[in-house]
Write a new protein. Structure first.
Lengths: 368, 328
């Protein structure tokens, strides 16, 4: 009888953990990254036949090897962080904004539009001001459309924002042909190459420093906004429980629209920095998948802007490093995505061991 | 002209139909799998790898055995997408990770996997062919029904497709019957609506979610295989599959979670996808605006469905949430 009931007891059972102390949860994450790097190393070894240590050293030198590489790492870190900051308030509100890609593109398109149509017609300072306003407004509107329908009719925001990405991509594609330069090339080329009208100023000789500083400012702003402001508190309540929010007298619709407005506006700034600050042109790939990667960055950091610097750094490092692997070992550039994917799987999976614990079937018999 | 348009629309629609049927099965179990675009890439490239290795092992293309030439890529494709489905289910069902994040990671990985092997397969096996063009295999996949050429517009619209196209429609109908007419389908829907109630009723929630997600992934992966082998004549080009995976997810909503409606929906989407080719006198840039149509239509449907707010038109209630028995 006893043995029979015992057979029904599963090998282990899962229970929710109390909050782990911070050093423990970060130790688990660190361990997951370590495992992930080992697996990624093995995969690379199988495909290239290279010594894994050499693979890792290539990754590190690819990311930090020269001051040029460090700056370009900082730039990709800053841009990824900027988009991640943008999506964070929405996620904290449990609004799955996966349309950051489109919001960035529209912000960039507005910037490019100003540069092309107003370049050399108005003073440069005024032009830059117009660009800033236009990009923020454009990004905000692009985010506000799904937010309005979510607030009013509870329309599924995940798919709405996703579809808005492709509408934005096609719009950019249309304007690329409308503003093509030279004629027949189907792309815009460097805007105002001779006059530099509308190019955001560079600080000293550092091409990317302005972007890094702006994003740093945004990070601090977002941290304070989410943690200490009334708005931040309200959107957290809406995220935790809409019913509670309604009960304490919050205007849920207003909070949703306001938060998405902010989310889109920051995406617009990312578009401004990309088009006005560094690329000086726009293509359909200007956002470069950051809208999607940002979701993972934000989620991995538990929606905390300060941790996000770390997680964005991790992803930016991986991209730069595996990019170096693919050039050095003559692999296709998509290799970076495979490595990033593997590491993400491990990091996503390890959250389980932070939130839950396993109780294994105890071996000792129960005392009667 | 009209017959050609319909034929092209169907051929565009079939990958979407595979993708959306797979995603409907998955979503009905409560898993919102945003990894479908990646899984379709994996399905496509796995089939390509299988076919490539098979064709390379032959002395001459004429030696190809029809059965092997079809079943090897088919099995490879199913295996590849099944593994992706397993990874997704393990992370979201067993480890209860966030479904959106996991799905996006699967898509990153899958698209990278497809483009990586598509770009370096030749180099990895030290072959001397200039590019991956699996014409022999593709010809088997493209074999049409008899009389397709001799029956005019009728043959063109109804008989002129490879067997996978008919398989897509049969699978969609079968899934529709399974979901609405069988006990297994009822259990599946119960898990998606309210896993706690389903659990209390004795349904194994984890197993149902695993099964639905893996079968759904395998079906979706076939869409990738159809695209390469039939639509693209066996030629793999990186990023050639494009954003069809996302369109397939959009189609799920368009079809309001009904596989049978997604048959017509996919053909309609396929038509919208290529309509710019059939409207004379469009400037190149205006064509870009026309390519927006499928997405705009999806948005309109999305809004319309939510405004009408009818119970039977909504998605599964616990879509996107992981289930933990001890949680209240």
């Amino acid at each position: 009888m006893n043995s029979k009931t015992k057979n029904h007891e599963p090998l282990f059972h899962i229970a929710k953990r109390d909050t782990l102390p911070m050093y423990k949860s970060w130790a688990i994450r660190g361990l997951a990254i370590l495992f992930a790097l080992i697996v990624a190393g093995i995969v690379t070894m199988l495909l290239t036949g290279e010594n894994p240590l050499k693979v890792y050293s290539t990754m590190v030198s690819g990311a930090f090897g020269s001051s040029r590489r460090i700056w370009s790492l900082l730039q990709s870190l800053a841009m990824l962080l900027c988009v991640s900051l943008a999506v964070t308030p929405a996620f904290k509100m449990r609004f799955w904004n996966i349309g950051a890609e489109g919001q960035v593109l529209i912000g960039g398109l507005a910037t490019a539009g100003c540069m092309i149509t107003l370049g050399d017609k108005i003073p440069n300072a005024l032009l830059i001001l117009v660009m800033i306003v236009a990009s923020i407004v454009a990004g905000a509107i692009w985010a506000l459309i799904p937010a309005f329908f979510k607030a009013k009719f509870n329309t599924n925001e995940t798919l709405f924002t996703l579809m808005m990405n492709y509408v934005a991509i096609q719009l950019v594609s249309y304007f690329e042909m409308l503003w093509e330069n030279p004629k027949g090339s189907s792309n815009i080329g460097i805007i105002n190459q001779s006059t530099h009208a509308g190019w955001l100023p560079t600080i000293g000789n550092f091409e990317y420093l302005l972007n890094v500083l702006v994003v740093l400012g945004l990070t601090i702003f977002m941290y304070i906004y989410l943690k200490y402001s009334k708005h931040g508190y309200e959107l957290t309540v809406v995220g935790e429980s809409e019913n509670t929010a309604r009960y304490i007298g919050l205007n849920v619709k207003k909070v949703i629209m306001r938060t998405m407005l902010l989310s889109g506006a920051v995406c617009g700034i990312a578009g401004l920095l990309l088009v006005g600050g560094t690329n000086h042109t726009i293509t359909t790939t200007t956002a470069g998948g950051r809208g999607f990667t940002a979701i993972m960055v934000s989620w991995l950091a538990k929606f905390n802007p300060i941790y996000m610097i770390l997680t964005a750094f991790l992803i930016a490092f991986l991209e730069a490093g595996s990019g170096a692997i693919s050039t050095v070992f003559g692999l296709n550039e998509s290799f970076a995505d495979i490595i990033t994917g593997i590491i993400l799987f491990f990091i996503i999976g390890c959250e389980f061991f932070i939130n839950y614990k396993l109780h294994f079937r105890s071996r000792h018999k129960e005392v009667k | 002209m009209v017959a050609t348009f319909i034929q092209r629309a169907v051929m565009q629609g079939i990958p979407l139909l595979f993708g959306s049927t797979g995603e409907i099965i998955t979503e009905k179990s409560g898993n919102l799998n945003l990894g479908i675009p990646g899984i379709m890439y994996v399905g496509g490239i796995s089939g390509v790898i299988g076919a490539f290795l098979y064709e390379n092992s032959l002395a001459a293309p004429e030696d190809a055995n029809a059965f092997l030439a079809i079943s090897i890529p088919l099995l490879c494709s199913i295996l590849g997408s099944l593994i992706m489905g397993l990874i997704y289910s393990f992370l979201t069902v067993t480890l209860r990770a966030n479904q959106n994040v996991t799905g996006l990671a699967i898509t990153t990985f899958g698209v990278g996997f497809g483009n990586f092997f598509g770009g370096s397969l030749i180099k990895l096996v030290d072959s001397d062919v200039p590019s991956i063009a699996l014409t022999t295999t593709s010809n088997f996949f493209r074999t049409t029904l008899p009389f397709a050429g001799s029956t005019g517009w009728f043959g063109k619209i109804f008989l002129s497709y490879g067997f996978l196209a008919y398989a897509a429609i049969i699978i969609a109908i079968a899934c529709s019957i399974f979901l609405n007419r069988t006990r297994g389908g009822l259990h599946l829907r119960a898990v998606g609506e309210n896993p706690a109630t389903a659990d209390a009723a004795g349904i194994n929630v984890e197993r149902t979610k695993y099964l639905a997600t893996c079968v759904g992934s395998a079906i979706a992966g076939l869409g990738g295989l159809y695209y390469v082998m039939d639509y693209a004549n066996g030629v793999w080009s990186n990023d050639g599959f494009g954003d069809r995976g996302w369109l397939a997810i959009a189609l799920v909503i368009f079809a309001i979670w009904r596989p049978s409606s997604s048959i017509l929906g996919s053909i309609l989407f396929g038509g919208l996808y290529i309509i710019y080719l059939f409207i004379p006198g469009l400037a190149l840039r205006t064509q870009e605006l026309f390519k927006m149509l499928p997405y705009v239509v999806t948005i309109i449907v999305l809004i319309f469905v939510s405004i009408r707010n009818k119970k039977e038109n909504q998605g599964p209630q616990s879509l996107g949430l992981s289930y933990f028995r001890e949680e209240r």
